[in-house]
Design a protein around this ligand. Sequence first.
Ligand SMILES: Nc1ncnc2c1ncn2[C@@H]1O[C@H](COP(=O)(O)OP(=O)(O)OP(=O)(O)O)[C@@H](O)[C@H]1O
Ligand SMILES: [Mg+2]
Length: 266
Amino acid sequence: MTTSPADSDNSLQCPLEGIITLRGLNLYYGDFHALKEVHAAFQQQTITALIGPSGCGKSTLLRTFNRMNDLIPGVRITGEVLIDGKDIYAPETDLTHLRKKVGLVFQRPNPFPLSIYDNVVYGPRLHGRPARRELEDLAEHSLAAVQLWDEVKDRLKTPALALTEEQQQRLCIARVLAVEPEILLMDEPCSALDPLATLRIEELMRELKKLYTIIIVTHNMQQAARVSDDTGFMYLGELIEFGETGQIFTRPRDEKTEDYITGKYG
Ligand SMILES: Nc1ncnc2c1ncn2[C@@H]1O[C@H](COP(=O)(O)OP(=O)(O)OP(=O)(O)O)[C@@H](O)[C@H]1O
Ligand SMILES: [Mg+2]
């Protein structure tokens, strides 16, 4: 029996290059194999949703895109994560630059106990010594991009923690935008928000994808179906299926995907 190269799983699973391309990515927490041979390509200026049951590696996968897992002791990674064609795990990678380019928005809004203004300009101040005028422009631009400017422009010096949860999450997105990233990673960004605030953040994501590439982890399958262009389904550390969102939700190729989206488990 002969096996041609075209028969190999790899060429089938990873047909495309993307702004982020994963090739044979594995991650271990000590002895625990948390990501298993993941192949995928995330396309520029699209929203990709990562779905799957709890503990299947969605957050772990997201954190490999800006090397946040490096901060966890005992983590070992093999395979490749290419961003704009460059392996971000190569020794010459500048981590500060990488984390500016690939920003992370957390599950719960986590503004610093500072004013609204000081939150937004936190990153730019950390990375350099911009002039005051430049910071003011950046603050206005970033807050306008998350549709918060009109609401807060008259109280920029008041505490960020006095804002509503939704406003705080918008502010946290603005804080990431202020360092001018290309890719936005969002780990369940709406899980602390009510349904209407959730819809408004989804609307914001659709606006932001005109300029940014967005990867969102969500437990909310309706959200994945509403907001994303592509969807990846993860199960026990494997990326079982990755493709166009309409196809994943209407004609999944894998039985495990179908069982999950139809609510048989998870
Ligand atoms: N710092 C860590 N040390 C050891 N194991 C970890 C660590 N972080 C996550 N894990 C394990 O790795 C697996 C994947 O976890 P991860 O948080 O990526 O899953 P998830 O899909 O994001 O889950 P959830 O939907 O609950 O957020 C789980 O079994 C988890 O217990
Ligand atoms: Mg998670």
